[in-house]
Every structure is written in C-alpha cells, then in structure tokens.
Design a protein around this ligand. Structure first.
Ligand SMILES: *[C@@H]1O[C@H](CO)[C@@H](O)[C@H](O)[C@H]1NC(C)=O
Ligand SMILES: *[C@@H]1O[C@H](CO)[C@@H](O)[C@H](O)[C@H]1NC(C)=O
Ligand SMILES: *[C@@H]1O[C@H](CO)[C@@H](O)[C@H](O)[C@H]1NC(C)=O
Length: 144
C-alpha cells in the first residue's frame, strides 16, 4: 500500500516535471523588455527585439525548430552550427550547447543574439524582416 502511494507520487511528480520542461515559458512583452534591459541592450532597439521574438518564437523560450542541416533554438531562434553546438556538444561562435537556449533563463540567449546582431544585423531574422521591419512595433510604454 505504502509502496503504491510512493509510486503514484513519483510518477505524478515525474510527469509534472516533464510537462514543465516541454511547455517552457511564454514571456510577456514586459518580462522580455525587462530581461533585455537587464542585459544592457540598446534601448532604441528593445521594441525591435520584442517584435522579433514574438515573430520568431511567439516569445516561447523553449521553442525548438528542427531543420535538416541545422536547428533553431529558443526565444530568438538561434541557429545551431554557426552559433552553438547541437546534441549536447559545446560549440559555435557563442561557444555553448544549443540546448542551453531552451530554458527560461535568457541571459545567455541575449548575449548570443547580440553577437548574431553584430555580425548580420536584424536582417538575419526572417521574422523581423516580415513582421517588424518598417512596421508598427509593440508599444511597451505601459510596462512598469
Ligand atoms: C543605440 O543605438 C543608437 C541608434 O543606432 C545609437 O545612435 C546609439 O549610439 C546606441 N547607444 C549605445 C549606448 O550604444
Ligand atoms: C513552446 O515550444 C515548445 C517547443 O517547440 C512546444 O512544445 C510548446 O508547446 C510551446 N509552448 C506553447 C505554449 O506554445
Ligand atoms: C503607447 O501606449 C501609450 C499608453 O497606452 C499611449 O499613450 C501611446 O500613445 C502609445 N504609443 C504609440 C506609438 O502608439
């Protein structure tokens, strides 16, 4: 009897943990703004970054897009191979595991996205080209 209860408890807890991992986190616009500010992203571009994340991942920090030659990771959909290593391997110009971009800690995502930006600019991101460039950006003035 006691064993059954322990067993059910363990399974439920396991499922709960699994669900949390797979669901990731949808950042609100204001939460994302805050994270960008904390990482000293140029204020003139913050609305662009929020728009970009919205377009690329729906602000979903665990968004993973699988392609054949590369995958795209996290809220900014950072590409494997050039920027990070796939399959748990440390690599890319950001010298990290791509999987590290799937959690809801954004400091590393932001640092790497800034490197991508330094090299290619916003035009690296199709989502930015399509939804943000020369378009209305999210209004963040109500964020406290
Ligand atoms: C922020 O970006 C603007 C526009 O490109 C630029 O004029 C300004 O110097 C930048 N500020 C910082 C602190 O880099
Ligand atoms: C976030 O992305 C992950 C991985 O792509 C997906 O499984 C999950 O359903 C997404 N969450 C939401 C709320 O869309
Ligand atoms: C953004 O929202 C604020 C408050 O709701 C409003 O006063 C302001 O006009 C808006 N700015 C733009 C550019 O729409």
């Amino acid at each position: 009897m006691r064993n059954n209860i322990v067993c059910i408890f363990t399974i439920s807890f396991g499922l709960l943990t699994l669900m949390q991992v797979t669901n990731g986190k949808i950042f609100s616009r204001c939460e994302l703004k805050k994270a960008l500010e904390k990482n000293k992203v140029n204020r003139s571009f913050i609305a662009h970054w929020v728009c970009l994340a919205e377009s690329e991942s729906g602000r979903n920090s665990s968004k993973l897009t699988k392609k054949i030659l590369y995958d795209m990771y996290g809220i900014f959909q950072i590409h494997s191979n050039e920027w990070c290593g796939r399959g748990g391997v440390i690599g890319g110009s950001c010298w990290t595991r791509c999987d590290n971009f799937l959690d809801d800690k954004l400091d590393d995502d932001i640092a790497c996205a800034m490197k991508v930006f330094d090299k290619y600019g916003f035009k690296n991101w199709k989502g930015w080209e399509e939804k943000c460039k020369k378009q209305d950006l999210p209004n963040l003035s109500d964020c406290t």
